[in-house]
Design a binder for this molecule. Structure first.
Ligand SMILES: [Zn+2]
Ligand SMILES: [Zn+2]
Length: 210
C-alpha cells in the first residue's frame, strides 16, 4: 500500500464575499475571489497507518487557514475535505486489496464558499465619488445654495469668501478639506445622511472596487 493522493483545489473554486453595512443593512456589493490553495499531497500510509494522520490533518488545516473566512466555517470545511480524503483513500485501498499495484491518485476539490462580511465601522465614500464633487469658491455660490448656513457644519468655522468649498449631490456645502476628510471616514452627508457610493478599497487593498 503505497498510494499517493494529490488533492488539487480546482481553478473554478470561488469564494464569494458579500459586504453588508452593519448600521444600515445596506448591501455594499459582492465579489468573487479565486481560491488559491497549495497542492495537498497525502500518502496513504501517513493517513492510514496506526491512526496517525497528523501530516494529512496539518496539510488540510493549513489549506483551510489560508482562506479568509469565519472560524466556524473553517471547521465545517475541514470536516468536508477530511471526508473526501477518507473516501478517496478508501477507494485507493479497495483497488490495492484487489491486487492492483500502488498508484497515484489525483482528486480535484471544487470549493464554493460564500461569506457575508458585516462592516461595523463607518464605510468611507469611494475616491471617485469624492473627487467628482462640485468644487468652487464661496463667492461662486449664492446664499440659497448655502441654505442660509453661514458656517461649515463640520468645523463650525464661518465660510470665507475666497474659501474653497464642495457641494454634495444632496446640495449641502462644506469646506473643501473638511468634507474630504469626513468622506474618507464616512460616506454619509453630515447634515442629511445622504449616502455616497461606498469604498470597498479599505476592506481589501488587493482589489480596487472604487
Ligand atoms: Zn469646515
Ligand atoms: Zn446633505
Amino acid at each position: 500500500m503505497k498510494s499517493k493522493i494529490t488533492f488539487i483545489v480546482g481553478s473554478d473554486s470561488k469564494h464569494t464575499q458579500k459586504f453588508m453595512d452593519h448600521q444600515t443593512n445596506v448591501d455594499l456589493g459582492e465579489r468573487g475571489v479565486p481560491i488559491l490553495a497549495p497542492k495537498l499531497e497525502i500518502h496513504e500510509e501517513d493517513f492510514m497507518a496506526s491512526g496517525s494522520n497528523e501530516e494529512a490533518s496539518s496539510q488540510i488545516s493549513s489549506l483551510v487557514d489560508s482562506l479568509d473566512i469565519d472560524p466556524d466555517d473553517k471547521q465545517e470545511i475541514l470536516y468536508g475535505i477530511a471526508r473526501s480524503v477518507r473516501s478517496a483513500l478508501r477507494v485507493a485501498a479497495k483497488h490495492a486489496a484487489a491486487g492492483e499495484k500502488s498508484r497515484e491518485w489525483m482528486v480535484k476539490l471544487g470549493l464554493r464558499l460564500e461569506t457575508t462580511y458585516w462592516w461595523k465601522d463607518m464605510v468611507p465614500a469611494s475616491n471617485g465619488s469624492i473627487s467628482g464633487l462640485e468644487k468652487g469658491r464661496v463667492v461662486e455660490f449664492s446664499d440659497e445654495d448655502f441654505h442660509e448656513e453661514k458656517s461649515c457644519c463640520i468645523c463650525f468655522k464661518e465660510f470665507q469668501e475666497d474659501g474653497l468649498v464642495k457641494r454634495m449631490p444632496c446640495s449641502h456645502i462644506f469646506d473643501d478639506k473638511c468634507i474630504d476628510e469626513w468622506l474618507s471616514k464616512s460616506r454619509y452627508c453630515p447634515i442629511c445622511r445622504y449616502e455616497m457610493p461606498p469604498s470597498l478599497c479599505l476592506i481589501s487593498p488587493r482589489e480596487d472596487l472604487c
